[in-house]
Design a protein around this ligand. Structure first.
Ligand code: ADP
Length: 199
């Protein structure tokens, strides 16, 4: 609920001053894909490359956010929507602070991702589709979640009994099957470099 008496305050230190100090264009790299597709692994590898290049970043990871900020939310459709909305708003604050933000959430619904795009604006939102076939994700099963979902121990599991809506026109489409994590991370870094985000 918005309150007409709550007003956005301009900071004494401006966004542009923070950007100049950090020598980069703040942006959100929004990784989306099935569980086990490689979002977290690739985002971690990209963040390592960024840090090694003297860039300021922060990774918002699915499980960590659900332990704290969003621990009151479950996995129903409406709670998934609220989960993503809050992450979008937090990302916006990190971007305002001048950071390159990486987010690793399944974020299965197109409308939610497009809502975050609207919160950030076109120049500050890069959708990275981590495209790994369900069978490959299921064979990797890094957290044993597919096994539990198939056994009916987890309900509303994306790809099994809850939908994943693949991006229609992501800025970056990374097909992980058959290439290494490092190659995937390099694709992302090359994109940032080519688009001038690292200057
Ligand atoms: P997600 O964050 O999408 O749920 P994770 O990053 O936790 O997925 O797990 C992906 C798993 O797949 C990891 O065990 C990782 O080592 C493995 N993997 C194999 N090849 C790749 C690749 N090219 N890119 C990303 N992950 C890969």
């Amino acid at each position: 609920m918005s309150d007409v008496n709550v007003v956005w305050h301009e900071h004494t230190v401006s966004h542009q001053e923070r950007v100049t100090l950090k020598k980069q264009q703040p942006v959100v790299l929004w990784f989306t894909g099935l569980s086990g597709s490689g979002k977290s692994t690739i985002a971690n590898a990209v963040e390592r490359l960024l840090l090694d290049n003297g860039k300021h970043s922060y990774l918002l990871d699915g499980d960590n956010v659900r332990h704290g900020l969003n621990k009151d939310l479950g996995f129903s459709d409406s709670e998934r929507v609220e989960n993503i909305r809050r992450i979008g708003e937090v990302s916006k604050l990190f971007v305002d602070a001048g950071n390159i933000v990486l987010t690793a959430f399944i974020s299965p619904f197109r409308t939610d991702r497009s809502q975050v795009r609207d919160i950030l604006g076109e120049d500050q939102f890069i959708e990275v589709f981590v495209d790994t076939p369900l069978e490959v994700c299921e064979s990797r099963d890094p957290k044993g979640l597919y096994k539990k979902a198939r056994a009916g121990e987890i309900k509303h599991f994306t790809g099994i009994d809850s939908a994943y809506e693949a991006p229609l026109s992501p800025e970056l489409h990374v097909k992980t099957d058959g290439i290494t994590v490092e190659q995937c991370a390099k694709l992302v870094l090359d994109y940032l470099d080519a688009k001038g985000y690292l200057r």
